[in-house]
Design a protein around this ligand. Structure first.
Ligand code: UD1
Ligand code: MG
Length: 446
């Protein structure tokens, strides 16, 4: 069976009250539309056409492998399908799988099941058991067939009592779909061409339209406003947490742990509450992350600890301890056994094995040698008003508390700066300096 998917994504999304197109609003780090496309791909549907509004062009480019068709004016879901079909080369034996683009929780199984449910009928659609307060269109049945769908705004009070609603996913014989969308009219409460009216057109012509009923509709939530977006996010996050937990990650409280897809988290790593991990971060085995940690595009080795800290775009080695209250960012690279403590900010800093900065420091555009110790209050003065300059600190160097290292500057291996030094000139290997500006101290008698 040839299946061609059409994703309806051009709607104005008025109820979001947003400058941004509805389907680009994100949950768990990905746009709504991304989730729908992923489910389609997982169902092995290769041809995917997205109906988009003209202003969505640029953002849509991020989605490779889909064909975008522009619906110039948003005249309704039926019009959107028509625009898509007009842009597609007819394949009359094909099935068109149409799905709303605003249901990110949908699973590949739902798509596969609705395709199967069509059987020898002309159309099938996913329906869901809802309460009478639902905003979904109501499904009017005759036995095991659907006769028509009535939108809430067009429904009589009797029709609103119907507890079976339309989820927004349809499998339609392509030739029949082409014929039906051409006949749609917009004489309804919203003055729109409703895709849902194709049901009545087909059923009225003696075609069979089958429902595929889901009793529990949580995965079929259509998002129309930010309240529903938050509900969907919470469900999606629970789903993601469950996946990572099944792979061996301990999550103390999934409701307070914010994850994204496509992360790597090693087994026996523990995620403590109020932690969010995003942008393709990779975390090794046996780590402790959180509480109150934020990781984005972070690569973390094994057995590392990150407590109450923020790690952005940086790489952290094995057995590193970070936090509480550290900020590591801007392509920083920390080798194994580094320790970064309270109120330390690292920006584009490279710290070799065993280096330590335990308290109150800013280390920016700097490299720090093995086992060097950065005293409390040390600042690399990397900005001279025009340029960012680098600081190099040697192996085993001892940087005294409250040192200011005025870059560009180099501190040699085994060198020492006294407390409160303002270092403006390079310090040689083994050399000891102090003062403002820092000057060499007499050599130690050995
Ligand atoms: C639609 C269904 C309703 C169903 C509900 C499920 C219709 C007429 N109604 O209502 O029966 O219960 O979904 O969530 O279809 N779109 C376009 N172009 C347009 C209008 C909409 O591409 O001109 C897209 C939107 O971006 C969205 C989808 O179609 O992804 C559905 O549109 P929306 O306005 O959310 O329809 P609902 O009122 O939710
Ligand atoms: Mg909707």
């Amino acid at each position: 069976m040839t299946v061609r998917a059409v994703v309806l994504a051009a709607g104005k999304g008025t109820r979001m009250k947003s400058a941004r197109a509805k389907v680009f609003h994100e949950l768990c780090g990905r746009p709504m539309l991304w989730w729908v496309l992923r489910a389609l791909r997982e169902a092995r549907i290769e041809e995917i056409v997205v109906v988009a509004a003209p202003e969505m062009g640029e953002e849509l480019q991020a989605f490779s492998g889909v064909k975008a068709v522009v619906q110039q004016k948003q005249l309704g879901t039926g019009h959107a399908l028509r625009v898509a079909l007009e842009a597609m080369e007819p394949k009359n034996e094909a099935t068109v799988l149409v799905t709303n683009g605003d249901m990110p929780l949908v699973t590949p199984e739902v798509f596969l099941s609705v395709l199967q449910a069509r059987g020898s009928g002309s159309m099938s659609l996913v329906t869901v058991r809802t309460g009478t307060d639902s905003n979904f269109g109501r499904v009017v049945r005759h036995g095991d067939r659907v006769e028509r769908i009535v939108e809430v705004r067009d429904a009589t009070s009797d029709e609103l009592e119907i507890e079976e609603s339309n989820a927004g996913i349809y499998a339609i014989d392509e030739a029949k779909a082409r014929k039906a969308v051409a006949q749609l009219r917009s004489e309804n409460a919203q003055r729109e061409f409703y895709l849902t009216d194709t049901v009545e057109l087909l059923a009225g012509a003696g075609e069979r339209v089958y429902p595929l009923l889901y009793r529990e509709g949580g995965d079929l939530l259509g998002i129309n406003d930010r309240v529903e977006l938050a509900q969907a996010r919470s469900r999606m996050n629970a789903r993601l947490c469950a996946q990572y937990m099944r792979r061996g990650v301990t999550i103390i409280d999934p409701a307070l742990t914010y994850l994204e897809p496509e992360l790597e988290i090693g087994r026996d790593t523990v995620l403590y509450p109020n932690t969010s991990i995003g942008r393709l971060s990779r975390i090794g085995e046996g780590c402790a992350i959180g509480p109150n940690a934020r990781l984005s595009n972070a690569r973390i080795g094994d057995r590392a600890e990150v407590r109450e800290s923020v790690i952005l775009d940086s790489t952290i080695g094995d057995d590193v301890h970070i936090g509480p209250f550290a900020h590591v960012r801007g392509d920083s690279v920390l080798a194994s056994e580094v320790r970064i403590g309270n109120f330390v900010e690292l920006k584009n800093a490279q710290l070799a094995q065993g280096a330590k900065a335990a308290h109150l420091s800013y280390i920016g555009d700097a490299s720090v040698g093995e086992e060097a110790n950065i005293g409390a209050g040390t600042i690399t003065c990397n900005f001279d008003g025009k340029r960012k300059n680098r600081t190099k600190i040697g192996k085993r160097a001892m940087i005294g508390s409250n040192s200011s290292l005025v870059a560009p500057v180099e501190i040699g291996d085994d060198a020492l700066t006294g407390a409160g030094s303002v270092v403006t000139k390079n310090v040689g290997d083994g050399e000891r300096v102090a003062g403002n500006p820092a000057r060499p101290l007499p050599k130690k008698r050995s």
